[in-house]
Design a protein around this ligand. Structure first.
Ligand code: ZN
Length: 231
């Protein structure tokens, strides 16, 4: 028996993309010392793989690699708020007075976007001369993309290739198809990913301490920086 206190977490995907997964069965606990030890060892090189271990330790009911990128962001934001603090200081250039100013954002004010309740993948997307079946990207995909870019290749078409569901095509086949594709067709694939973006909406309000301007800024979503602000 574990004495860890796990509580339910409502993921933005509503678990609609996971097979046989009951949304009510997904549980989470705040970070502890041993998690923080892992976080302290995060480098750009091991970020993605260690991230999986960190998530595995705090989440129950789902395999971390299967998480959509949107759900993973939501989990990290949850940990930032519940393990540390809602206050997130960041240096920005005020868009009104154009001065450099430090603002403190409230992570608790970040809205989250859910997948539509009727979402079911793969989603058939019609192109000019064919149709392709598309799915959302996962943590496993992001790890694959990370390794891909480390070899100096562009992740741009590769991410689209990963999202194409077709058991008769290999990744090189899909890449070749994408390389030959018209930009209009490519845009249809991009639109699928934009349409079903889910997870935290990182635009947060700020008030400039120099001129009083109330604006909005987009918080950078980097694992290391989002967890870095702890004292
Ligand atoms: Zn200002």
């Amino acid at each position: 028996m574990s004495r860890d206190q796990y509580i339910p977490i409502p993921l933005p995907s509503k678990c609609l993309v996971y097979e046989n997964t009951d949304p009510d069965s997904i549980l989470i606990r705040p970070f502890k010392g041993r998690d923080e030890a892992l976080i302290a060892e995060l480098t750009l090189e091991n970020l993605k793989k260690k991230f999986v271990t960190i998530i595995e330790n705090v989440i129950q009911g789902i395999t971390p690699q299967e998480l959509t990128s949107g759900d993973a962001k939501y989990i990290i934001l949850w940990e930032a708020i519940n393990s540390y603090t809602r206050d997130y200081p960041i240096d920005i250039v005020c868009e009104h007075c154009v001065q450099k100013v430090r603002v403190v954002c409230d992570l608790g004010e970040i809205d989250s976007v859910d997948l539509p309740a009727n979402f079911k993948q793969p989603v058939e997307t019609k192109l000019s001369d064919r149709a392709v079946n598309l799915r959302l990207l996962t943590i496993a995909d992001e790890i694959a993309m990370f390794s891909w870019t480390k070899t100096g290749k562009s992740a741009y078409l590769y991410s689209f290739a990963l999202s194409i569901v077709d058991e008769h095509m290999s990744i090189p086949d899909k890449l070749l198809m994408l390389e030959e594709m018209s930009t209009a067709d490519l845009n249809e694939i991009r639109k699928f990913h934009t349409k079903y973006e889910h997870g935290p909406d990182m635009r947060v309000p700020y008030t400039c301490s120099l001129c009083g301007y109330e604006g909005k800024l987009v918080l950078p979503f980097r694992l290391d920086t989002l967890l870095e602000f702890r004292e």
